[in-house]
Design a protein around this ligand. Structure first.
Ligand code: NAD
Ligand code: UGA
Length: 459
């Protein structure tokens, strides 16, 4: 099938950047991104591209180049579905918060709604692409919904999971390690492969069966998260043995079989996907009664929770076992640098723990505003919104946030944190002035020479 019109349902962290790059690399294809969230669509259409709903380095430039030419954002979902030959489902698949599988399984209601929407309005043949991360065998359910419309419309279902990481989304999309396409129909697979072939070399476009493709996505995230939990487990051992986790990571990473990436010890991984996808994997394994498999992967999450808790426990015990009434300045709230995304950020959980010990939290993040910080804490429901408002203040300036603080906690590895005038920060903090470097980004010797009581992860 020759593709001239693509529809993407879901204008989020995946739909937005992925479609912007597809549009840039395929000027002859009209790409339209639809969403039920009118506010989000309006932000994507904002004339000033610095107001796009998602911050990703390089994204604003691509949107500026393609928007209004062959990239469009709209809430007209039915019309766009009708006009397209290929439809990407790129909606959120969060962990279920109710019913069977609560807290573990992926909530597929948004995906199912999309499938029903497509089934209802389609009048011509369509290729439906699962871009969202889905449990293995979801394509079966989508197929069943699409094939029971009673209409004379042919649907081909493909799985095409996305491997981009936030903060580097544009680079990851422009230069992917691989593009994975799972499907039954060779014709449909090749139609999608052709879209990518505009810029991705053929040998990096993998074709598999649907189930392998769906499961590969969960597996990739599980393996990546497992590496972080592995090095974080070793970081705790380092703290008891005078080994240095950075030195250990370097030493093992030079083994070409292990490799150097994803070995940065931290306060624990965050982000919308690692935890969600592993919980989902655990749930699927349990549903097949594979207890040993489920327990094995669950440990990655258990260790991650332990790492976050360990960080805040250490902060409290170092501050003479009480943080009550003390100002703790948090540098960073996003779950990693170069994104404004805060979903499952370790900062939220560390702050929540410290707040339960009656700390006063002061937050500065270059891309996250105070409203978002409040919303993230309110979502946990640990205390009233009024209490969160009283105890947590956000600042627009790194020197203001740290003024009169008892401790600075580095939660995100933003590059700018390394370039601050740390002497100035020290001078205006309460003494002794503590730094808890949850990302190991500052120079320990420099910090100690200034006078800080400096501690980091795994040293
Ligand atoms: P997101 O929450 O940023 O965006 C999803 C969008 O879908 C929202 O704007 C929502 O309004 C919209 N939506 C939901 N139901 C809809 C419907 N019925 N019709 C129209 N729009 C609807 O989510 P995201 O981060 O882009 O993630 C999307 C999927 O991609 C998830 O399955 C996720 O696991 C996967 N994924 C995410 C990343 C990432 O870095 N965020 C990377 C790879 C894969
Ligand atoms: C991750 C994967 O890297 C992507 O391939 C995948 O597409 C995506 O999940 C997804 O499915 O959503 P993302 O969560 O955006 O991407 O970012 P990562 O770079 O993987 O970082 C995740 C978390 O791990 C962050 O909190 C980060 O700070 C932490 N991390 C990462 C470490 O603590 N140490 C490391 O060495 C690497």
């Amino acid at each position: 099938m020759k593709i001239t019109n693509i529809c993407c349902i879901g204008a989020g962290y995946v739909g937005g950047p992925t479609m912007a790059v597809i549009a840039k690399k395929n000027p002859n294809i009209k790409v339209t991104i639809v969403d039920i969230n009118a506010e989000r669509i309006a932000a994507w259409n904002d004339e000033d591209v610095s107001n796009l709903p998602i911050y990703e380095p390089g994204l604003a430039e691509i949107v500026e180049e393609t928007r209004g030419k062959n990239l469009f954002f709209t809430t007209e979902i039915d019309k766009t579905i009708k006009e397209s030959e290929m439809i990407f489902i790129s909606v959120n698949t969060p962990t279920k918060t109710y019913g069977k599988g609560k807290g573990m399984a992926a909530d597929l209601k948004y995906v199912e709604l999309c499938a029903r929407n497509i089934a209802e309005v389609a009048t011509t043949d369509k290729i439906v692409v699962e871009k969202s991360t889905l449990p293995v065998r979801t394509a079966q359910a989508i197929k069943s919904i699409l094939h029971n419309t009673g209409k004379d419309v042919k649907f081909s279902i493909l799985s095409n999971p996305e491997f981009l990481a936030e903060g580097t989304a544009v680079q990851d999309l422009l230069n992917p390690d691989r593009v994975l396409i799972g499907g039954e129909s060779e014709e449909a697979i090749e139609s999608l492969a052709n879209v990518y072939a505009s810029w991705v070399p053929q040998d990096r476009i993998l074709r598999t069966n649907v189930w392998s493709s769906e499961l590969s996505k969960l597996t990739a995230n599980a393996f990546l998260a497992q590496r972080i939990s592995s090095i974080n487990a070793i970081s705790e051992l380092c703290e008891h043995t005078e080994a240095d986790v950075n030195e250990v990571a370097k030493a093992i990473g030079m083994d070409s079989r292990i490799g150097p990436k994803f070995l940065n010890a931290s306060i624990g991984f965050g982000g919308s996907c690692f935890q969600k996808d592993i919980l989902n994997l655990v749930y699927i394994a349990r549903s097949y009664n594979l207890q040993a498999v489920a327990d094995y992967w669950e440990q990655v999450i258990i260790l991650n929770d332990h790492q976050k808790r360990r960080f805040s426990d250490n902060l409290i015990s170092t501050l003479y076992n009480t943080v009550s009434g003390k100002k703790i300045a948090m540098l960073g709230w996003a779950f990693k640098k170069d994104t404004n995304d805060t979903r499952e950020s370790a900062a939220i959980y560390v702050a929540d723990h410290l707040l339960s010990e009656q700390a006063n939290i002061a937050v500065y993040d270059p891309k996250v505003n105070g409203e978002k910080v409040q919303a993230d804490l309110n979502y946990l429901n640990t205390r009233s919104e009024a209490e969160n408002k009283e105890l947590v203040k956000s600042y627009n300036d790194p020197y203001e946030v740290t003024k009169d603080a008892h401790a600075v906690a580095i939660m995100t590895e933003w590059d700018e944190f390394k370039t601050y005038d740390w002497q100035k920060i020290y001078d205006q903090m309460k003494k002794p002035a503590f730094i808890f470097d949850g990302r190991n980004i500052l120079d320990p010797i420099e910090m100690k020479n200034i006078g800080f009581e400096y501690s980091s992860i795994g040293k």
